[in-house]
Design a protein around this ligand. Structure first.
Ligand code: SF4
Length: 322
């Protein structure tokens, strides 16, 4: 079996380009700098075209041979709708359209840029493209409203990192799938505070924000009550793939069906690296979240959701970044 991505909800990742800018609270501890700096690239403010554009043809051929479909996440090291990738996106859409056995999971934090950047023959949406938006807090839920207005075969939400309980406020109308999970990353674990200045938090590169178990369980209940597919990736953990990934003792790895009656290709099992049992994790999480530990003192005012939607790709790169 071919090597799968380390991201458990996709078979493979395809980065047509890499590099990004932080535009939302969920971006604060974005991992791309840790990868791109090792490649000798500046992670913030610049976008680089990659040399992996032939990989999808290989995956498409495998799926044709095996008569199945694979999920392909783009972009894991950038944002598909970043304005600086405009010169290359048309070419990427052409590959996406010509690989019908690949289901492209296009995830963005910039839904306001989607509409003007769709291909001319998008119509009601390519059947093999699932458009997704990231939101893990109430401040950014309105990104779903933008995506709701755009035709798509499947609309989905990545509530990861889940920063607070959004289950009472989220509107799932027009959506088909939700992925939830806690943040992973080295350094201090702390409780996110919606009153803190989220732009100032972007300067805190390390750390991870606690997700309470109940937030994920409440969201699962809301998603299941609406009849949608639900995926729980993992709890808050120092490293991706090392956190417990069950809710109430059960794995939640649900997906909308593949197009054209195809079956999903098998995926390598998620590695059994869990450092803690569910009971241990609950105790651990309760200890951490009992005393909120904001690492910022800055409280210069709550950002409005409208402000977030209007934010473009030109926030300053975090201090100390190469
Ligand atoms: S949009 Fe995604 S890739 Fe870009 S900075 Fe935010 S989290 Fe990182």
């Amino acid at each position: 079996m071919a090597e799968n991505s380390g991201i458990s909800w996709t078979h493979n990742t395809q980065n047509f380009w890499v590099g990004c800018d932080k535009v939302a609270p969920e971006c604060a501890h974005c991992y791309i700098d840790r990868i791109l700096v090792k490649q000798g690239r500046e992670p913030w403010g610049q976008i680089y075209r990659t040399q992996t554009w032939a990989d999808p043809w290989k995956w498409e051929a495998e799926c044709i041979r095996d008569r199945n479909a694979k999920r392909i996440f783009t972009c894991s090291l950038s944002d598909f709708f970043h304005v600086k990738a405009d010169p290359w996106r048309k070419e990427a859409w052409a590959i996406i359209k010509r690989t019908p056995h690949l289901v492209w999971l296009v995830l963005t934090k910039r839904p306001q840029l989607i509409e003007a950047r769709l291909p001319h023959d998008w119509g009601e949406g390519y059947p093999n493209v699932w458009l997704g938006v990231s939101t893990g807090c109430r401040m950014t839920l309105n990104k779903m409203d933008v995506l709701r207005r755009i035709p798509a075969a499947v609309r989905w939400v990545s509530a990861e990192p889940l920063l607070e309980d959004i289950s009472q406020d989220i509107n799932l109308d027009g959506f088909h799938w939700l992925v939830a999970g806690g943040e992973s990353g080295a350094g201090n674990e702390y409780q996110w505070d919606p009153a803190m200045d989220w732009k100032a938090e972007l300067n805190n590169e390390s750390g991870r924000r606690s997700m309470r178990y109940e937030w994920a369980a409440n969201l699962r209940d809301k998603v299941k009550a609406a009849g949608l597919a639900f995926m729980f990736k993992q709890v808050t953990a120092p490293k991706s793939g090392f956190g417990y990934n069950a809710l109430d003792g059960k794995d939640w790895h649900e997906f909308p069906p593949a197009p054209n009656g195809l079956e999903w290709a098998p995926r390598q099992p998620i590695p059994d690296k869990y450092a803690m049992s569910e009971a241990q994790w609950r105790n651990f999480a309760n200890e951490i979240t009992a005393e909120p530990m904001p690492i910022l003192n800055s409280r210069t005012g709550k950002s409005t959701a409208e402000g977030l939607l209007l934010s473009e790709d030109h926030l300053q790169a975090p201090k100390g970044k190469r």
